[in-house]
Design a protein around this ligand. Structure first.
Ligand code: 5RP
Length: 230
């Protein structure tokens, strides 16, 4: 196992160790969340009882392949806990998510959960959010108008930088919800709450990748061990 993969696995195992049997668990998206699915699958095979609600078609497919039982969020609208990765985590447990393009479902599932445990390798911890481009999920209708509105509201917060349409090969990347993603390279986001509120005022934005007041715990794995932020 590569070093990066083994750190993800370590974080996933530490998160699993915090879970009781019989829980309804939101399951995130991305390579770290996939390690968590693999850990879950091993325990399910040994008769550990749980039900998962996945945040993407990609995670749903992996759960099916590995025998992790899932239901839809409509079948279980309130979850005990969600375990998910992140692209960046700051000291106040504010996150940037959406690198894997699943931010809308991830946010809906996290919001529907009593608790969100973030798992990551320690390199995801930052002083200030924003080095990772902020994913913004937008409706295809009026894309240019929404793009310009994002620029405008960002400038009122002194945020500039490239905003690019995410691509999959030479085609636009399409989310599970049928939307597009704009990745905004602001560099530094000193006031994530203000940016979140400003983006929320733009009708063409379906959701953005700032997760604020959603994570309860972050489990960060490094060569030195596990750091737990809460
Ligand atoms: C997907 C996400 C992922 O959690 C995030 O991109 C981290 O992914 P990885 O664990 O592969 O680094 O938000 O939308």
């Amino acid at each position: 196992m590569s070093d990066a993969k083994s750190l993800k696995r370590k974080a996933a195992e530490a998160a699993f160790a915090e879970l009781d049997e019989g829980l309804n668990i939101g399951i995130g998206t991305g390579s770290t969340a996939e390690e968590f699915v693999r850990v879950l699958a091993e325990h399910v095979e040994a008769d550990f009882e749980m039900t998962g609600v996945t945040t993407s078609e990609r995670t749903e497919t992996l759960c099916r392949e590995l025998g992790v039982p899932t239901k839809t969020l409509d079948e279980i609208p309130i979850l005990d806990v969600t375990v998910d990765g992140a692209d960046e985590i700051d000291g106040d447990l504010r996150l940037i998510k959406g690198g894997g393009g699943a931010l809308l479902r991830e946010k809906i599932v996290a919001f529907s959960s009593a608790k969100m445990i973030v798992i990551a390798d320690a390199s995801k911890k930052v002083e200030t959010l924003g080095a990772f481009p902020l994913p913004i999920e937008v409706n295809g209708f009026g894309l240019m108008s929404t793009f310009m509105a994002i620029r405008r509201v960002a400038e009122t917060l002194d945020l500039t930088g490239d905003i690019v349409l995410r691509k999959n090969g030479d085609q636009p990347f399409i989310t599970d919800g049928g939307h597009l993603i704009l990745d905004a390279s602001f560099g530094r986001i000193p006031d994530p709450e203000a940016l979140s509120a400003a983006l929320r005022s733009i009708p063409g934005i379906v959701e953005h990748g700032l997760f604020i007041k959603l994570a309860s715990v972050a489990i960060l794995a490094s060569e030195d061990g596990i750091e737990r932020l809460e």
